[in-house]
Write a protein that binds this ligand. Structure first.
Ligand code: NAD
Length: 430
Protein backbone atom coordinates (compact mmCIF):
# COMPACT_ATOMS: atom_id res chain seq x y z
CA UNK A 1 0.00 0.00 0.00
CA UNK A 2 1.15 3.58 -0.58
CA UNK A 3 1.08 5.31 2.79
CA UNK A 4 1.89 8.85 3.75
CA UNK A 5 2.55 9.75 7.35
CA UNK A 6 2.24 13.40 8.25
CA UNK A 7 4.43 14.25 11.25
CA UNK A 8 7.74 12.47 11.69
CA UNK A 9 7.96 12.48 15.49
CA UNK A 10 7.90 9.58 17.92
CA UNK A 11 4.64 8.18 16.53
CA UNK A 12 5.03 9.11 12.86
CA UNK A 13 8.61 7.94 12.40
CA UNK A 14 8.19 4.67 14.29
CA UNK A 15 4.91 3.87 12.51
CA UNK A 16 6.46 4.79 9.15
CA UNK A 17 9.45 2.52 9.64
CA UNK A 18 7.23 -0.38 10.82
CA UNK A 19 4.80 0.00 7.90
CA UNK A 20 7.81 -0.03 5.55
CA UNK A 21 9.05 -3.17 7.30
CA UNK A 22 5.74 -4.86 6.38
CA UNK A 23 6.33 -4.03 2.71
CA UNK A 24 4.29 -0.91 2.24
CA UNK A 25 5.73 2.11 0.49
CA UNK A 26 5.89 4.93 3.03
CA UNK A 27 6.35 8.66 2.55
CA UNK A 28 7.11 10.47 5.82
CA UNK A 29 6.39 14.18 5.51
CA UNK A 30 7.18 16.84 8.10
CA UNK A 31 7.15 20.62 8.10
CA UNK A 32 10.42 20.62 10.06
CA UNK A 33 13.11 20.88 7.37
CA UNK A 34 15.96 20.13 9.73
CA UNK A 35 14.36 16.86 10.80
CA UNK A 36 13.81 15.74 7.21
CA UNK A 37 17.37 16.71 6.25
CA UNK A 38 18.73 14.65 9.14
CA UNK A 39 16.61 11.64 8.20
CA UNK A 40 17.76 11.84 4.57
CA UNK A 41 21.33 11.77 5.92
CA UNK A 42 20.66 8.70 8.07
CA UNK A 43 20.57 10.66 11.35
CA UNK A 44 17.70 9.76 13.68
CA UNK A 45 16.03 12.78 15.31
CA UNK A 46 14.89 10.64 18.26
CA UNK A 47 16.49 7.93 20.34
CA UNK A 48 14.67 4.63 20.14
CA UNK A 49 16.08 1.10 20.28
CA UNK A 50 16.52 -0.59 16.83
CA UNK A 51 15.18 2.47 15.02
CA UNK A 52 18.34 3.46 13.16
CA UNK A 53 19.03 -0.02 11.76
CA UNK A 54 15.45 -0.61 10.66
CA UNK A 55 15.07 2.86 9.19
CA UNK A 56 18.37 2.78 7.28
CA UNK A 57 17.63 -0.65 5.83
CA UNK A 58 14.17 0.31 4.60
CA UNK A 59 15.49 3.62 3.24
CA UNK A 60 18.19 1.83 1.25
CA UNK A 61 15.58 -0.61 -0.09
CA UNK A 62 13.48 2.37 -1.26
CA UNK A 63 10.54 1.48 1.00
CA UNK A 64 10.57 4.70 3.01
CA UNK A 65 11.27 8.27 1.95
CA UNK A 66 11.40 11.59 3.80
CA UNK A 67 10.17 14.89 2.43
CA UNK A 68 8.75 18.30 3.29
CA UNK A 69 6.71 18.30 0.05
CA UNK A 70 3.14 18.01 1.28
CA UNK A 71 1.56 18.03 -2.19
CA UNK A 72 3.70 15.12 -3.35
CA UNK A 73 3.11 13.22 -0.12
CA UNK A 74 -0.67 13.59 -0.21
CA UNK A 75 -1.06 12.84 -3.89
CA UNK A 76 1.07 9.69 -3.75
CA UNK A 77 -0.91 8.12 -0.91
CA UNK A 78 -3.87 5.78 -0.72
CA UNK A 79 -3.78 6.10 3.06
CA UNK A 80 -2.76 9.31 4.83
CA UNK A 81 -1.88 8.94 8.50
CA UNK A 82 -1.97 12.05 10.67
CA UNK A 83 0.63 11.84 13.46
CA UNK A 84 1.29 15.48 14.29
CA UNK A 85 1.57 16.82 17.83
CA UNK A 86 -1.49 17.78 19.87
CA UNK A 87 0.13 19.70 22.73
CA UNK A 88 -1.59 21.35 25.67
CA UNK A 89 -2.66 24.96 25.49
CA UNK A 90 -1.87 26.99 28.63
CA UNK A 91 -5.41 26.33 29.95
CA UNK A 92 -5.06 22.53 29.53
CA UNK A 93 -7.16 22.38 26.35
CA UNK A 94 -5.75 20.54 23.34
CA UNK A 95 -4.06 22.58 20.63
CA UNK A 96 -5.54 21.09 17.47
CA UNK A 97 -4.01 23.62 15.11
CA UNK A 98 -1.48 21.14 13.65
CA UNK A 99 -4.23 18.59 12.93
CA UNK A 100 -6.40 21.27 11.33
CA UNK A 101 -3.48 22.66 9.25
CA UNK A 102 -2.85 19.16 7.87
CA UNK A 103 -6.58 18.68 7.16
CA UNK A 104 -6.64 21.90 5.13
CA UNK A 105 -3.64 20.76 3.10
CA UNK A 106 -5.28 17.39 2.44
CA UNK A 107 -8.35 19.28 1.21
CA UNK A 108 -6.16 21.39 -1.04
CA UNK A 109 -4.07 18.62 -2.61
CA UNK A 110 -6.40 15.60 -2.62
CA UNK A 111 -6.44 13.93 -6.04
CA UNK A 112 -8.55 10.79 -5.60
CA UNK A 113 -10.13 8.57 -2.91
CA UNK A 114 -8.09 8.67 0.31
CA UNK A 115 -8.41 7.02 3.67
CA UNK A 116 -7.32 9.53 6.29
CA UNK A 117 -6.25 7.84 9.50
CA UNK A 118 -5.81 9.94 12.60
CA UNK A 119 -3.24 8.52 15.03
CA UNK A 120 -2.76 11.77 16.94
CA UNK A 121 -4.49 11.87 20.34
CA UNK A 122 -7.46 14.16 19.85
CA UNK A 123 -10.65 15.12 21.71
CA UNK A 124 -13.96 13.52 20.85
CA UNK A 125 -15.43 15.18 17.79
CA UNK A 126 -12.14 15.72 15.94
CA UNK A 127 -12.84 13.04 13.31
CA UNK A 128 -16.04 14.93 12.44
CA UNK A 129 -14.20 18.26 12.45
CA UNK A 130 -11.45 16.96 10.10
CA UNK A 131 -14.15 15.60 7.75
CA UNK A 132 -15.87 18.98 7.79
CA UNK A 133 -12.67 20.92 7.06
CA UNK A 134 -11.76 18.75 4.05
CA UNK A 135 -15.34 18.76 2.69
CA UNK A 136 -15.50 22.53 2.95
CA UNK A 137 -12.37 22.92 0.79
CA UNK A 138 -13.27 20.35 -1.86
CA UNK A 139 -16.21 18.17 -2.87
CA UNK A 140 -14.70 16.54 -5.96
CA UNK A 141 -12.91 13.56 -4.41
CA UNK A 142 -14.37 11.11 -1.90
CA UNK A 143 -12.50 10.36 1.33
CA UNK A 144 -13.05 8.76 4.74
CA UNK A 145 -11.62 9.83 8.07
CA UNK A 146 -10.82 7.12 10.61
CA UNK A 147 -9.92 7.53 14.26
CA UNK A 148 -7.08 5.12 15.05
CA UNK A 149 -5.47 6.05 18.38
CA UNK A 150 -1.86 5.03 18.93
CA UNK A 151 -0.67 3.08 21.98
CA UNK A 152 3.08 2.67 21.43
CA UNK A 153 5.31 3.43 24.40
CA UNK A 154 8.51 5.39 23.98
CA UNK A 155 11.50 3.24 24.87
CA UNK A 156 9.90 0.11 23.41
CA UNK A 157 8.15 1.76 20.48
CA UNK A 158 9.36 -0.51 17.67
CA UNK A 159 8.51 -3.65 19.62
CA UNK A 160 5.12 -2.19 20.59
CA UNK A 161 4.27 -1.41 16.98
CA UNK A 162 5.46 -4.73 15.58
CA UNK A 163 3.52 -6.55 18.35
CA UNK A 164 0.54 -4.23 18.94
CA UNK A 165 -1.72 -5.52 21.72
CA UNK A 166 -4.78 -3.98 20.06
CA UNK A 167 -5.93 -1.86 17.15
CA UNK A 168 -8.82 0.52 17.65
CA UNK A 169 -10.64 1.65 14.53
CA UNK A 170 -13.26 4.35 14.88
CA UNK A 171 -14.99 4.42 11.52
CA UNK A 172 -18.17 5.21 9.65
CA UNK A 173 -17.05 3.52 6.43
CA UNK A 174 -16.84 -0.23 5.75
CA UNK A 175 -14.46 0.31 2.83
CA UNK A 176 -12.03 2.41 4.87
CA UNK A 177 -12.25 0.04 7.84
CA UNK A 178 -11.22 -2.88 5.63
CA UNK A 179 -8.22 -0.94 4.32
CA UNK A 180 -7.07 0.02 7.82
CA UNK A 181 -7.53 -3.57 9.05
CA UNK A 182 -5.42 -4.85 6.14
CA UNK A 183 -2.70 -2.34 6.99
CA UNK A 184 -2.54 -3.37 10.66
CA UNK A 185 -3.12 -7.12 10.31
CA UNK A 186 0.60 -8.03 10.06
CA UNK A 187 1.05 -6.49 13.53
CA UNK A 188 -2.09 -7.57 15.32
CA UNK A 189 -5.31 -9.52 14.92
CA UNK A 190 -6.90 -8.07 18.05
CA UNK A 191 -8.97 -5.37 16.37
CA UNK A 192 -11.88 -3.41 17.80
CA UNK A 193 -14.04 -1.54 15.29
CA UNK A 194 -16.23 1.12 16.82
CA UNK A 195 -17.59 4.61 16.17
CA UNK A 196 -15.08 7.49 15.91
CA UNK A 197 -16.23 9.15 19.14
CA UNK A 198 -15.64 6.00 21.22
CA UNK A 199 -12.25 5.45 19.55
CA UNK A 200 -11.21 8.99 20.41
CA UNK A 201 -12.35 8.50 24.00
CA UNK A 202 -10.59 5.12 24.36
CA UNK A 203 -7.19 6.79 24.08
CA UNK A 204 -7.88 9.40 26.77
CA UNK A 205 -9.56 6.84 29.03
CA UNK A 206 -6.59 4.45 28.69
CA UNK A 207 -3.94 7.07 29.46
CA UNK A 208 -5.95 8.58 32.30
CA UNK A 209 -6.54 5.16 33.85
CA UNK A 210 -2.81 4.37 33.76
CA UNK A 211 -1.93 7.80 35.16
CA UNK A 212 -4.42 7.17 37.97
CA UNK A 213 -2.92 3.76 38.73
CA UNK A 214 0.58 5.26 38.99
CA UNK A 215 -0.68 8.06 41.18
CA UNK A 216 -2.58 5.68 43.42
CA UNK A 217 0.54 3.65 44.22
CA UNK A 218 2.52 6.87 44.72
CA UNK A 219 -0.04 8.04 47.27
CA UNK A 220 0.12 4.64 49.00
CA UNK A 221 3.94 5.03 49.00
CA UNK A 222 3.72 8.40 50.71
CA UNK A 223 1.58 6.89 53.46
CA UNK A 224 3.88 3.85 53.70
CA UNK A 225 6.87 6.07 54.45
CA UNK A 226 4.93 7.65 57.33
CA UNK A 227 3.64 4.44 58.91
CA UNK A 228 6.72 2.29 58.36
CA UNK A 229 5.35 0.02 55.63
CA UNK A 230 7.26 -0.85 52.46
CA UNK A 231 5.46 0.09 49.24
CA UNK A 232 7.37 -2.50 47.20
CA UNK A 233 5.90 -5.27 49.34
CA UNK A 234 2.48 -3.61 49.32
CA UNK A 235 2.57 -3.39 45.50
CA UNK A 236 3.65 -7.01 45.27
CA UNK A 237 0.83 -8.05 47.57
CA UNK A 238 -1.93 -6.14 45.82
CA UNK A 239 -0.55 -7.01 42.38
CA UNK A 240 -1.14 -10.70 43.11
CA UNK A 241 -4.83 -9.99 42.68
CA UNK A 242 -5.52 -10.50 38.94
CA UNK A 243 -8.13 -7.74 39.06
CA UNK A 244 -5.35 -5.31 40.01
CA UNK A 245 -2.32 -6.91 38.19
CA UNK A 246 1.31 -6.14 39.05
CA UNK A 247 1.81 -3.73 36.14
CA UNK A 248 2.18 0.01 36.69
CA UNK A 249 2.60 -0.37 40.42
CA UNK A 250 6.15 0.98 40.79
CA UNK A 251 6.04 3.88 43.19
CA UNK A 252 8.27 6.81 42.32
CA UNK A 253 8.48 10.50 41.68
CA UNK A 254 5.54 10.78 39.33
CA UNK A 255 4.69 10.46 35.68
CA UNK A 256 5.87 12.80 32.93
CA UNK A 257 6.38 12.66 29.18
CA UNK A 258 4.58 13.93 26.14
CA UNK A 259 1.34 12.02 26.81
CA UNK A 260 0.06 11.32 30.36
CA UNK A 261 0.29 14.91 31.67
CA UNK A 262 -1.29 16.49 28.60
CA UNK A 263 -3.89 13.77 28.10
CA UNK A 264 -5.08 13.88 31.72
CA UNK A 265 -5.40 17.68 31.47
CA UNK A 266 -7.26 17.29 28.18
CA UNK A 267 -9.77 14.80 29.57
CA UNK A 268 -10.48 17.08 32.51
CA UNK A 269 -11.16 19.86 29.99
CA UNK A 270 -13.33 17.65 27.77
CA UNK A 271 -15.41 16.75 30.85
CA UNK A 272 -15.54 20.39 31.97
CA UNK A 273 -16.78 21.55 28.56
CA UNK A 274 -19.57 19.01 28.86
CA UNK A 275 -20.58 20.21 32.30
CA UNK A 276 -18.88 17.42 34.24
CA UNK A 277 -16.32 17.71 37.02
CA UNK A 278 -13.89 14.79 36.61
CA UNK A 279 -12.86 14.95 40.24
CA UNK A 280 -10.62 11.85 40.40
CA UNK A 281 -8.56 13.03 37.46
CA UNK A 282 -8.21 16.54 38.90
CA UNK A 283 -6.78 14.95 42.05
CA UNK A 284 -4.44 12.76 39.99
CA UNK A 285 -2.99 15.82 38.27
CA UNK A 286 -2.57 17.66 41.57
CA UNK A 287 -1.03 14.65 43.36
CA UNK A 288 1.37 14.00 40.47
CA UNK A 289 2.58 17.60 40.46
CA UNK A 290 3.26 17.32 44.19
CA UNK A 291 5.00 13.96 43.74
CA UNK A 292 7.54 15.36 41.29
CA UNK A 293 9.13 17.53 43.96
CA UNK A 294 8.82 15.17 46.93
CA UNK A 295 12.58 14.65 46.66
CA UNK A 296 13.15 18.31 47.48
CA UNK A 297 11.68 17.74 50.96
CA UNK A 298 13.91 14.70 51.38
CA UNK A 299 16.95 16.70 50.23
CA UNK A 300 16.26 19.47 52.74
CA UNK A 301 15.78 16.96 55.52
CA UNK A 302 19.04 15.20 54.65
CA UNK A 303 21.23 18.25 53.95
CA UNK A 304 19.54 20.87 56.18
CA UNK A 305 19.83 23.31 53.31
CA UNK A 306 20.15 23.02 49.55
CA UNK A 307 21.85 26.40 49.20
CA UNK A 308 25.36 26.09 47.70
CA UNK A 309 25.14 22.30 47.74
CA UNK A 310 25.92 20.32 44.59
CA UNK A 311 23.24 17.85 43.62
CA UNK A 312 23.86 15.19 40.99
CA UNK A 313 20.85 14.24 38.88
CA UNK A 314 20.99 10.82 37.25
CA UNK A 315 18.53 10.69 34.38
CA UNK A 316 16.71 13.47 32.55
CA UNK A 317 14.35 11.65 30.21
CA UNK A 318 10.87 10.98 31.57
CA UNK A 319 11.54 7.25 31.37
CA UNK A 320 14.49 5.04 30.34
CA UNK A 321 15.40 4.26 26.73
CA UNK A 322 14.17 7.52 25.24
CA UNK A 323 15.61 11.03 24.83
CA UNK A 324 12.19 12.59 25.47
CA UNK A 325 12.29 15.11 28.30
CA UNK A 326 8.79 16.58 27.81
CA UNK A 327 7.35 17.24 31.28
CA UNK A 328 10.02 15.01 32.81
CA UNK A 329 10.11 15.13 36.63
CA UNK A 330 13.85 15.86 36.26
CA UNK A 331 13.11 19.31 34.86
CA UNK A 332 10.87 20.27 37.80
CA UNK A 333 13.35 18.90 40.30
CA UNK A 334 16.29 20.77 38.77
CA UNK A 335 14.33 24.03 38.71
CA UNK A 336 13.29 23.56 42.35
CA UNK A 337 16.91 22.95 43.39
CA UNK A 338 18.07 26.04 41.50
CA UNK A 339 15.32 28.11 43.11
CA UNK A 340 16.82 27.17 46.45
CA UNK A 341 20.28 28.20 45.21
CA UNK A 342 21.62 24.68 44.86
CA UNK A 343 24.02 23.69 42.07
CA UNK A 344 23.12 20.93 39.66
CA UNK A 345 25.21 18.39 37.74
CA UNK A 346 23.35 16.11 35.35
CA UNK A 347 23.89 13.00 33.30
CA UNK A 348 21.61 11.02 31.03
CA UNK A 349 22.63 8.33 28.52
CA UNK A 350 20.47 9.79 25.70
CA UNK A 351 18.78 13.06 26.65
CA UNK A 352 21.68 15.50 27.18
CA UNK A 353 21.26 17.21 23.80
CA UNK A 354 17.52 17.73 24.40
CA UNK A 355 18.23 19.05 27.90
CA UNK A 356 20.77 21.57 26.62
CA UNK A 357 17.96 23.23 24.66
CA UNK A 358 16.04 24.12 27.83
CA UNK A 359 18.19 23.81 30.96
CA UNK A 360 20.50 26.63 31.88
CA UNK A 361 23.14 26.95 34.61
CA UNK A 362 23.54 23.20 34.78
CA UNK A 363 26.81 21.24 34.54
CA UNK A 364 26.64 18.41 32.03
CA UNK A 365 28.64 15.33 33.01
CA UNK A 366 30.16 12.82 30.61
CA UNK A 367 28.96 9.80 32.55
CA UNK A 368 27.35 8.82 35.86
CA UNK A 369 30.65 8.81 37.75
CA UNK A 370 31.54 12.26 36.48
CA UNK A 371 28.08 13.45 37.61
CA UNK A 372 28.39 12.21 41.19
CA UNK A 373 31.98 13.36 41.71
CA UNK A 374 32.14 15.83 44.67
CA UNK A 375 28.37 15.98 44.98
CA UNK A 376 26.58 16.53 48.28
CA UNK A 377 23.67 14.35 47.19
CA UNK A 378 22.59 12.20 44.28
CA UNK A 379 19.04 11.87 43.00
CA UNK A 380 18.21 8.97 40.71
CA UNK A 381 15.40 10.32 38.53
CA UNK A 382 15.30 7.90 35.58
CA UNK A 383 15.90 4.19 35.99
CA UNK A 384 18.24 3.62 33.04
CA UNK A 385 19.86 0.16 33.06
CA UNK A 386 23.26 1.86 33.17
CA UNK A 387 22.40 3.36 36.58
CA UNK A 388 21.10 0.08 37.94
CA UNK A 389 24.50 -1.45 37.14
CA UNK A 390 26.65 1.36 38.59
CA UNK A 391 29.61 0.48 40.80
CA UNK A 392 28.04 1.72 44.02
CA UNK A 393 31.27 1.56 45.98
CA UNK A 394 32.89 3.83 43.39
CA UNK A 395 29.91 6.21 43.49
CA UNK A 396 30.14 6.49 47.27
CA UNK A 397 33.90 7.09 47.08
CA UNK A 398 33.44 9.90 44.55
CA UNK A 399 30.71 11.74 46.48
CA UNK A 400 31.44 14.46 49.02
CA UNK A 401 28.63 13.37 51.31
CA UNK A 402 26.67 10.09 51.22
CA UNK A 403 23.08 11.27 50.59
CA UNK A 404 21.47 9.13 47.87
CA UNK A 405 17.82 9.60 46.94
CA UNK A 406 16.44 6.79 44.84
CA UNK A 407 13.43 8.31 43.08
CA UNK A 408 12.55 5.05 41.34
CA UNK A 409 13.11 2.47 44.11
CA UNK A 410 15.76 0.70 42.06
CA UNK A 411 18.33 -0.26 44.68
CA UNK A 412 18.31 -2.68 47.56
CA UNK A 413 18.18 -0.53 50.73
CA UNK A 414 20.37 -2.86 52.80
CA UNK A 415 23.02 -2.99 50.06
CA UNK A 416 22.99 0.81 49.81
CA UNK A 417 23.48 1.14 53.54
CA UNK A 418 26.25 -1.47 53.43
CA UNK A 419 27.97 0.70 50.80
CA UNK A 420 27.89 3.62 53.21
CA UNK A 421 25.04 5.63 51.75
CA UNK A 422 22.48 7.65 53.65
CA UNK A 423 19.80 6.11 51.48
CA UNK A 424 16.27 7.39 50.83
CA UNK A 425 13.65 5.87 48.58
CA UNK A 426 9.96 6.42 47.90
CA UNK A 427 7.51 4.64 50.16
CA UNK A 428 9.65 3.05 52.85
CA UNK A 429 10.94 4.32 56.16
CA UNK A 430 14.51 5.62 55.75
P1 NAD B 1 6.20 14.84 18.08
O1 NAD B 1 6.15 16.21 18.60
O2 NAD B 1 7.36 13.96 18.40
O3 NAD B 1 6.03 14.84 16.49
C1 NAD B 1 5.10 15.59 15.80
C2 NAD B 1 5.68 15.96 14.46
O4 NAD B 1 4.66 16.61 13.68
C3 NAD B 1 6.84 16.95 14.53
O5 NAD B 1 7.97 16.41 13.87
C4 NAD B 1 6.33 18.20 13.83
O6 NAD B 1 7.33 18.91 13.14
C5 NAD B 1 5.30 17.60 12.88
N1 NAD B 1 4.31 18.56 12.39
C6 NAD B 1 3.60 19.48 13.08
N2 NAD B 1 2.78 20.16 12.25
C7 NAD B 1 2.97 19.65 11.02
C8 NAD B 1 2.41 19.93 9.73
N3 NAD B 1 1.48 20.88 9.59
N4 NAD B 1 2.83 19.23 8.69
C9 NAD B 1 3.78 18.27 8.83
N5 NAD B 1 4.35 17.95 10.02
C10 NAD B 1 3.94 18.63 11.09
O7 NAD B 1 4.85 14.14 18.61
P2 NAD B 1 4.59 12.60 18.98
O8 NAD B 1 5.13 12.31 20.33
O9 NAD B 1 4.99 11.74 17.82
O10 NAD B 1 3.01 12.62 19.12
C11 NAD B 1 2.16 12.75 17.99
C12 NAD B 1 0.75 12.46 18.44
O11 NAD B 1 0.64 11.08 18.86
C13 NAD B 1 0.26 13.27 19.64
O12 NAD B 1 -1.10 13.53 19.51
C14 NAD B 1 0.51 12.35 20.82
O13 NAD B 1 -0.34 12.62 21.90
C15 NAD B 1 0.18 11.00 20.20
N6 NAD B 1 0.85 9.87 20.84
C16 NAD B 1 2.15 9.96 21.21
C17 NAD B 1 2.77 8.86 21.79
C18 NAD B 1 4.20 8.94 22.25
O14 NAD B 1 4.63 8.04 22.96
N7 NAD B 1 4.96 9.95 21.87
C19 NAD B 1 2.07 7.67 21.97
C20 NAD B 1 0.74 7.60 21.55
C21 NAD B 1 0.14 8.71 20.98
Amino acid sequence: MNITIVGTGYVGLISGVCFAETNNHVVCVDSNEDKIKKLNNGIMPIYEKELEDMCTRNYKEGKIEFTTDMKYAIQKAEVIIIAVGTPSLPNGDVDLSFVYDVSKLIGKYINGYKVIVNKSTVPVGTQKMVTKIISKIQQKYPFDVISNPEFLREGTAIYDTMHMDRVIIGSESKKATEIVIKLHEPFCKNILVTDPESAEMIKYAANSFLATKITFINEIANICSKVGADVKKVAEGIGMDPRISPHFLNAGIGFGGGCFPKDTRALVKIAEKNGYNFSILNSVIEANNRQKTIVIDILEEALNTIKDKTIAILGLSFKPNTNDIRESPAIEIIKAIQKKYGKVKVYDPAALEEAKKILIDVKYAVDEYDAVRDSDAVILVTEWEEFRKMDLYKVRELMKSPVFIDGRNVYDPSNMKKNGFQYYCIGAKS
